[in-house]
Ligand binder design. Structure first.
Ligand SMILES: N=C(N)NCCCC[C@H](N)C(=O)O
Ligand SMILES: O=C(O)CCC(=O)C(=O)O
Ligand SMILES: [Fe+2]
Length: 357
């Protein structure tokens, strides 16, 4: 994030969706306005709400409700789809099992990932191999989620056409070699309601401050609790107050990489706090950054969030787009920083350190 934003912008992307299959879409006035708003939002906050996205509010709500029902099941039932390294880190994890910066997160979740063909990406890919583990009951669970995933993939690709135009003019920078076969992650997450002590909610950290790993995240959150917080330049936490039917959308580490040029000696994203580059950040030569965010559910009610992460190809070598190097040869802060990251390596290094098992 580059500014002291006090709220997150709302972007109606319907003009972009109308034209997004037209190679000349950038010349359309409606598209140009959406692109301007996306660019502003990515520079200022790295976060924005998306409305006019064409995914029915009914489906968005059903996906959260069926997730809520699953988390209500007895623990033994949930353990039938337990997440383990042998299962490619896919499946159910209990409260406190996911760890962020050494602190257990107060959430439970089902993690699923694009299914990889055996051996497709060598040793790195092997870590993530395995079929997704879906609950047996209710029966429609898997079908509903698979329908939702398809729509999220499609929507993300379209939003990225707009962001691509914002960065370099061509709508297709995030297709082909970079993200023509996009990896994706979906986390179905449940945050217990805050316990009350002495009449005050005890604010457990549902998910500690982090950035997301890939290109673009679509957050589908409960309408009636405010819990997701985004850090601005001054260090204030700005709440992503729910807007029913919207997605909270944010850019991840790979876009950051695409925008900033990495030290040639670094073959993967450095773990140092100040050197963490999101996909989006590398791709954009630092013009866009992935923004720190966290979750605190201070409502007494259980909160559900379905987060969809649209990433580059698993084996994409992400480095600044040529156009970004030309436009911003010295990077955003005036110092030449060359960065490059292999997305799959970044993901695996995260996943392997995310769990206390
Ligand atoms: N696939 C994504 N982006 N998951 C985000 C999870 C963030 C929390 C995780 N423990 C961490 O420390 O990264
Ligand atoms: O629960 C939320 O609102 C967001 C969760 C999140 O940031 C994540 O899973 O990466
Ligand atoms: Fe996140």
């Amino acid at each position: 994030m580059a500014t002291d934003f006090k709220s997150l912008p709302v972007i109606d992307i319907s003009p972009l969706l109308l034209k997004c299959d037209d190679p000349d879409m950038a010349e359309d006035a409606g598209v140009a306005e959406v692109v301007r708003q996306l660019d502003r939002a990515c520079r200022d906050a790295g976060f924005f709400y998306v409305i006019g996205h064409g995914i029915s509010e009914d489906l968005i709500n059903r996906v959260r409700e069926i997730t809520r029902e699953f988390f209500k099941l007895p623990y033994e039932e949930k353990l039938k789809i337990k997440m383990t390294p042998a299962a490619g880190y896919r499946g159910y994890q209990r409260i406190g099992e996911n760890v962020t910066k050494g602190v257990p997160d107060i959430h439970e979740a089902i993690d699923c990932y694009k299914e990889l063909k055996q051996g497709e990406y060598g040793d790195t890919g092997k870590v993530m191999e395995g079929p997704n583990q879906w609950p047996e009951n209710p029966q429609e669970f898997k079908d509903l989620m698979e329908e939702y995933i398809k729509l999220c993939i499609d929507l993300s690709r379209k939003i990225l056409r707009g962001i691509s135009i914002a960065l370099c003019g061509s709508p297709y920078e995030f297709e082909g070699k970079m993200a023509g076969d996009p990896f994706w992650v979906m986390r179905l997450i449940g945050y217990p309601g805050a316990p009350f002590t002495n009449g005050k909610p005890e604010n457990d950290i549902g998910c500690g401050a982090h950035t997301d790993y890939g290109l673009l995240t679509l957050v589908n959150q409960d309408d009636d609790k405010t819990a997701l917080q985004v850090k601005n330049l001054s260090g204030d936490w700005i709440s992503a107050i729910p807007i029913p039917g919207s997605f909270v959308c944010n850019i991840g580490d790979m876009l950051k990489v695409l925008l900033f040029p990495l030290s040639p000696s670094l073959s993967r994203i450095a773990v140092d706090e100040n050197l963490v580059w999101n996909h989006m950040q590398i791709l954009s030569n630092g013009i866009y950054e992935s923004t720190l965010h966290r979750v605190i559910n201070s409502s007494p009610k259980y909160r559900v969030c379905v987060a969809f992460f649209y990433e580059t190809n698993f084996d994409a070598v992400v480095e600044p787009l040529d156009v970004c190097k030309q436009k911003y040869p010295a990077g955003r802060k005036g110092s030449q920083v060359f960065k490059r990251a292999v997305y799959g390596e970044h993901l695996v290094s995260k996943v392997q350190t995310n769990f206390a098992m």
